[in-house]
Design a protein around this ligand. Structure first.
Ligand code: GDP
Length: 297
């Protein structure tokens, strides 16, 4: 389970705090020191941890007791609220155009992050909401990706637009949007090629697709298991291509969870969804407040 160790450590700190009727400044400081260690061990980026602790400390020290809460509970509440703030205080979703106007969504990310799977998962969610999505196979460098998208699309009852692996991704994307228009479809989800590492060719290709078909939303898919690397990837993609939101996959695995807490603070873009498994139904909307409660246990 994600966050297991972080939750356990935070619960130990809070147990100590709750047991005290009064809290001295040094009680708060030593508790926050433990919170800091727990966050760092969960692979939350150092800069984020530092700001987080400073902010909690400022609010916690010299805090009057609020109605019904003892000082320990106050600190826990402050930590909770700061966690929510860190992840973005409100839920953010893909912005879709109204009616029959086509929204083009481009999925980007490194190979193996879960892009192809997530594209199909999102298409399924949109279909369930009454949208008419089209999946587009633009990952022409990994032939298996085209088949994978077709298999997943079929499972979801969603059409997959593919032109094999000989055409240029930009041309496939253009043809797909035309096709969607002709068929009265209103969301086009373009699955793009990933590489093992960020490279300039990949970025240029994404920019070319974005310009050619007027992408409305670029969604970056990152693997939560890669911790701070996921955060670095998000920062780089945002700088080079520009992203609107992030999907954090494999949160069902044994990840320490730091990426969930750092991405918004570091790259400024919110997490839209989290991947909770390999099945096509295993995609959840990301709610910062629910995630904070889950982390605090
Ligand atoms: P791509 O190279 O980015 O297109 O990645 P794929 O969509 O092919 O996914 C790579 C692997 O990760 C596949 O085995 C997926 O089933 C798996 N995967 C994707 N999302 C999740 C998730 O949220 N949880 C788990 N456990 N596995 C996932």
């Amino acid at each position: 389970m994600a966050f297991e160790s972080l939750t356990e450590k935070l619960q130990n700190v809070f147990k100590k705090l709750r047991s005290k009727g009064r809290l001295t400044e040094s009680d708060v400081k030593s508790a926050l020191k433990e919170v800091k260690m727990a966050l760092l061990e969960a692979d939350v980026s150092f800069k984020v941890v530092k700001q987080f602790i400073n902010s909690v400390q400022e609010q916690a020290v010299g805090q009057d007791v609020m109605n019904g809460l003892n000082p320990g509970q106050m600190v826990i509440k402050i930590v909770n609220d700061e966690l929510v703030k860190l992840m973005g205080s409100e839920t953010t979703e893909i912005t879709l155009k109204q009616g029959n106007e086509i929204t083009v969504v481009m999925m980007v990310g490194l190979q193996g992050a879960g892009k192809t799977t997530t594209a199909a998962k999102i298409a399924g969610k949109l279909k369930a909401k009454g949208r008419k999505p089209l999946l587009v196979a633009c990952d022409v460098y990994r032939p298996a990706a085209i088949t994978q998208l077709q298999v997943n699309g079929e499972k979801q009852g969603i059409e997959v637009f593919a032109m094999g692996d000989k055409k240029k991704p930009v041309d496939i994307a253009k043809a797909a949007v035309e096709h969607a228009r002709g068929q009265g479809m209103n969301v086009v989800i373009v699955d793009t090629a990933g590489r093992l590492h960020i490279d300039e060719d990949m970025m240029q290709e994404l920019i070319a697709i974005r310009e050619a078909v007027h992408v409305d939303q670029s969604l970056l898919v990152v693997d939560a298991m890669t911790g701070q690397d996921a955060v670095n990837v998000a920062e780089t993609f945002n700088e080079k291509v520009g992203i609107d939101g992030v999907v954090l996959t494999k949160l069902d695995g044994d990840t320490r969870g730091g990426a969930a807490l750092s991405i918004k603070a570091i790259c400024g873009k919110p997490i839209f969804y989290v991947g909770m498994g390999e099945k096509l139904s295993d995609l959840e909307q990301f709610y910062p407040d629910r995630m904070a409660s889950r982390i605090l246990g």
